[in-house]
Ligand binder design. Structure first.
Ligand code: FMN
Length: 407
């Protein structure tokens, strides 16, 4: 065969020169991004994200619980112009998912919280800043301003033992125009993160004898880390370096319902409770004037073996009625997981590791990639299900699902 003839058969794609774009372009789902992240990132840092508490039973069970549902599609529904837009609290989001809080995100990639937030806002969805973030409340607000001045930023609160310090964060979030406060309930004592203990992970990561070995393997990571601004818990000025386990000293094991009532009276914006909230607790939150719950077991990072949050959606929805906001996180890895969450009665899903893998694999562009992939997956799942709108998906909900035989 002559070269001329061969060229008709073989289409040569132009090579992408930017290595990040090339790496991300070769990732077609969250599992690919996780693998790309593992290749790039030193083991202790990758394990900080990928690992969970104790025997790591819950983290796998969360993912399995989403995947245990099978779809019963409606056919011939004419879905060419299906819309993925969804009402969440008082906003209309282009897709029913958003980014949840993660502590110390700049350790994963120098783009950190600002990069993740810019990617979220570019996709029109809220970003939640963690109390334990490596970018400050005000700093993040300025960092996203070039993308969208009306950006919807949420703030995740740990009611720390030092209440004056916590209330100061709440006031700063209000002053900086954060719309929604997410109070995390399941960090009253430290999660027993075995991988972090074994790796001796410290905050900021230190070049100890055991980590020096990883420098040779991951030079780009260490170059960027050492060249960038110093890492710290940016919301607490002057914080001393610490271990991940020691950060638990901040937290308050006496947290109780009167704290929620107190917080409600201090915060005029939207208030959500994040944790393994069952039907009775969700009802109590509603009665206290809380706006919604984010069903979560912290991705299995706190109490291992906590029920998979996706299994709480239906009983909680039943207890709180249709208008109370119900979000779910822990185990969302695919647009189909989002569809399952909505079909079971959630308003939206919240991403954790799914976007953190993208961030580790390629910074802000990696988070963009995750959001693009999940958007496309969610849209095609809706279309395959024969649903033209999120309202329809929620209305037909349980008729579209059956438990898989392998459950
Ligand atoms: C590296 C990492 C850091 C996290 N930091 C926080 C945090 O500071 N505050 C919080 O409420 N949740 C935190 N979470 C929990 C997430 O917000 C979310 O609940 C969890 O990641 C969901 O599980 P999934 O990642 O398996 O989907 C963190 C999760 C990870 C993976």
């Amino acid at each position: 065969m002559r070269l001329q003839e061969m060229r008709k058969l073989v289409q040569l794609r132009g090579a992408t020169l930017d290595p990040t774009a090339r790496r991300l372009g070769a990732c077609y789902d969250v599992a690919d991004l996780r693998r790309a992240a593992r290749r790039r990132i030193p083991r202790p840092v990758f394990d900080y994200v990928d690992g969970a508490a104790d025997e790591e039973i819950a983290v796998g069970a969360n993912v399995a619980a989403f995947r245990s549902w099978r779809f019963l599609p409606r056919v011939l529904a004419g879905v060419a112009s299906a819309s993925t837009a969804a009402p969440v609290l008082d906003a209309s989001l282009p897709v029913p998912f958003l980014l949840g809080p993660a502590g110390y995100t700049r350790m994963l990639h120098p783009d950190g919280e600002a990069g993740a937030a810019r990617a979220a806002l570019r996709h029109g969805v809220p970003y939640t800043l963690s109390t334990m973030a490596s970018t400050g409340i005000e700093e993040l607000r300025s960092a996203v301003a070039p993308v969208a001045s009306g950006a919807d930023l949420w703030f995740q609160l740990y009611l720390t033992r030092n209440r004056a310090q916590a209330f100061d964060l709440v006031a700063r979030a209000a002053d900086s125009g954060y719309t929604t406060l997410v109070l995390t309930l399941d960090t009253i004592v430290a999660g027993n993160r075995i991988r972090d203990l074994r790796n001796g992970l410290s905050i900021p990561p230190a070049l100890t004898l055991s980590t020096v070995a990883s420098v040779a393997g991951k030079p780009a990571y260490w170059y960027h880390l050492l060249a960038g601004p110093a890492l710290d818990y940016a919301n607490f000025a002057g914080g001393a370096p610490t271990t991940v386990m020691k950060t638990a000293d901040f937290f308050d094991a006496d947290l109780n319902w009167s704290d929620v009532a107190d917080l409600r009276s201090r915060w005029a914006g939207r208030l959500l409770l994040k944790g393994p909230v069952g039907p009775a607790d969700a009802r109590r939150a509603l009665e206290l004037g809380v706006d919604g719950v984010q069903l979560s077991n912290h991705g299995g990072r706190q109490l291992d073996r906590t029920v998979a949050p996706v299994d709480l959606i239906a009983p909680v929805r039943e207890a709180v009625g249709p208008s109370f906001t119900v979000l779910v996180d822990s185990g969302v890895r695919h647009g189909s997981d989002v569809a399952v969450a909505l079909a079971l009665g959630a308003d939206a899903a919240v991403l954790g590791r799914a976007y953190l893998y993208g961030l580790m694999a390629g910074g802000e562009a990696g988070v963009d990639r995750v959001l693009d992939l999940l958007t496309a997956q969610f849209r095609s799942t809706m279309q395959f299900l024969g649903m033209n709108s999120v309202a329809e998906l929620r209305k037909h909900g349980r008729d579209l699902l059956t438990r898989g035989a392998d459950k």
